[in-house]
Design a protein around this ligand. Structure first.
Ligand code: ACO
Length: 334
C-alpha cells in the first residue's frame, strides 16, 4: 500500500527507539528482523533474556542485535519504580507496590516511554486494548493542549470516489466511550493533525450526527454542534463543519441540497463520530461491506506515542504499527 511505503520511508529518515513489551510473543519476535533490516526503528524487547532467545531460536526468528531488558534484573528497574511512585503517590501508590508494578512488562515499557529512555511503545498482540491503554493514560498522559487520548483508523476503500480517492480517517472508534463536547472537539483537532502529518491529507473534518445543520433537535446533536463551534473558535486554521449526516459529509449531491454553504460537506476526508458506539460500528460497516482496509486503531494524543495491536495481528502488522509509531514520535519531537 502506497501510504505505508511513505510511512516506512519517513520512519527510516529519523529512526526512533521503540519498546515492545511482549518480548516473548512469536509475531513480535518475527517482526524484529524486518524492523531491523529495513532500518525502521531501534527495538527494545522486554522479558527474560534466556526465554526470549530460546523462543526466537525455536521459531526461527532472527533477533541478532536487538536489545532486551528484563525488569527482574535491569539496572533501570529501581529508578523506574521510584519515578512511578512519585507520579502516583497521590493516588495511594507505595514504593513497595511500585516496585512490583514496574516489573510488569507493560508498566516497565510505559515507564521507559515516560522517562524518555525510548520514544514510543507498541503492544497488544496478547493484551487487550484496556490493559495497554491504562498504564499509558496513568503515566504518559496527554500531549500539551490535548484533553483526551483517542484513536483513529485510516480507511482505504477500494474503487471509491469519497474522501481522498477512497482514503478517509475515522475517529474515535476505539477509546472514549462517550466524549463530552470539549473532548469531542479535542478528538477532532487531533484527528485533523493526524490526517495532515501522517496521511499527507489536507484535512476536511466532518462532525457526524443524525442531523445536518439543524435538521433535528436533540441534546446529542447539540453536543456535536457545540464541539464543532469549539474547534472553529480555537483552531480557525482547521477546515471543519457540522453537524453533518454521513451522506451530507461525503456525497456532493446530498451536500449541495443539505449544506450548500459548507466547504466541508460533500468533500470530507476526516470523519469524527459522536461516540464510541457509532465509531466502532461505523468503521466495521465500511470494513466489511465496502471491503475496506482498516489500518488501526492507532492512538493519538499521548505525550509520547503508545500503540495498540489487534490480538489477531500478523508480524507484518506489527512492523507497520512500529513504523507509524516512529513517525508519531518524530512529530512529538517537533
Ligand atoms: N484520555 C486521557 N486520559 C484518560 C482517558 C482518555 N481517553 N481515559 C481515562 N483516562 C485517565 C483517567 O483520567 C485516569 O487518570 P488518573 O488515574 O491519573 O486519574 C486514568 O486514565 C485511568 O482511568 P480509568 O477510569 O481507571 O480507566 P478506564 O477504566 O476508564 O479505562 C479505557 C480507560 C481503557 C480507555 C476505557 O475507556 C476503555 O476501556 N475504552 C474502550 C476500549 C475498548 O474496549 N475499545 C473497543 C475495542 S477496540 C476495537 O474494536 C478496535
Amino acid at each position: 500500500m502506497e501510504l505505508m511505503k511513505k510511512i516506512w520511508q519517513l520512519a527510516r529518515e529519523n529512526r526512533k527507539k521503540i519498546v515492545l513489551p511482549e518480548g516473548n510473543e512469536e509475531r513480535t519476535l518475527l517482526a524484529c528482523k524486518s524492523i531491523r533490516d529495513n532500518g525502521i526503528a531501534e527495538i527494545i524487547l522486554v522479558g527474560n533474556v534466556e526465554e526470549i532467545r530460546n523462543k526466537a531460536k525455536e521459531i526461527g526468528a532472527d533477533i541478532e542485535g536487538i536489545n532486551i531488558e528484563d525488569p527482574e534484573t535491569s539496572d533501570k528497574t529501581k529508578k523506574l519504580a521510584e519515578t512511578f511512585y512519585e507520579l502516583r503517590k497521590n493516588k495511594g501508590m507505595t514504593l513497595e507496590k511500585a516496585d512490583k508494578i514496574v516489573r510488569d512488562p507493560l508498566y516497565f515499557g510505559t515507564m521507559l516511554v515516560k522517562t524518555g529512555e525510548v520514544d514510543g511503545m507498541v503492544s497488544g498482540a496478547i493484551h487487550t486494548t484496556g490493559d495497554l491503554l491504562r498504564p499509558g493514560l496513568q503515566i504518559v498522559k496527554t500531549a500539551p493542549g490535548v484533553s483526551v487520548v483517542s484513536s483513529f483508523f485510516i480507511m482505504q476503500v477500494p474503487d471509491c470516489e469519497y474522501g481522498q480517492d477512497g482514503m478517509l480517517v475515522f475517529s474515535d472508534c476505539a477509546v472514549n466511550p462517550n466524549p463530552n463536547q470539549d473532548q469531542l472537539a479535542s478528538i477532532a483537532v487531533a484527528t485533523a493533525e493526524t490526517a495532515k502529518n501522517l496521511c499527507g491529507l489536507e484535512p476536511r473534518v466532518a462532525m457526524l450526527s443524525f442531523s445536518t445543520m439543524g435538521s433535528a433537535d436533540h441534546e446529542m446533536v447539540d453536543k456535536v454542534r457545540n464541539a464543532t463551534n469549539i474547534v472553529k473558535e480555537k483552531r480557525p486554521d482547521i477546515l471543519i463543519d457540522g453537524e453533518l449526516q454521513l451522506d451530507a459529509a461525503i456525497v456532493r449531491k446530498v451536500a449541495d441540497q443539505k449544506a450548500p454553504d459548507s466547504d466541508v460537506a460533500g468533500r470530507a476526508n476526516v470523519l469524527v463520530f459522536p461516540d464510541l458506539q457509532a465509531g466502532n460500528i461505523g468503521y466495521k460497516l465500511v470494513q466489511r461491506f465496502a471491503k475496506a482496509e482498516a489500518i488501526g486503531p492507532i492512538c493519538q494524543g499521548f505525550a509520547r506515542p503508545i500503540n495498540d495491536l489487534s490480538r489477531g495481528c500478523s508480524s507484518e502488522d506489527i512492523v507497520n504499527v512500529v513504523a507509524v509509531t516512529v513517525v508519531q514520535a518524530q512529530n512529538c519531537a517537533k
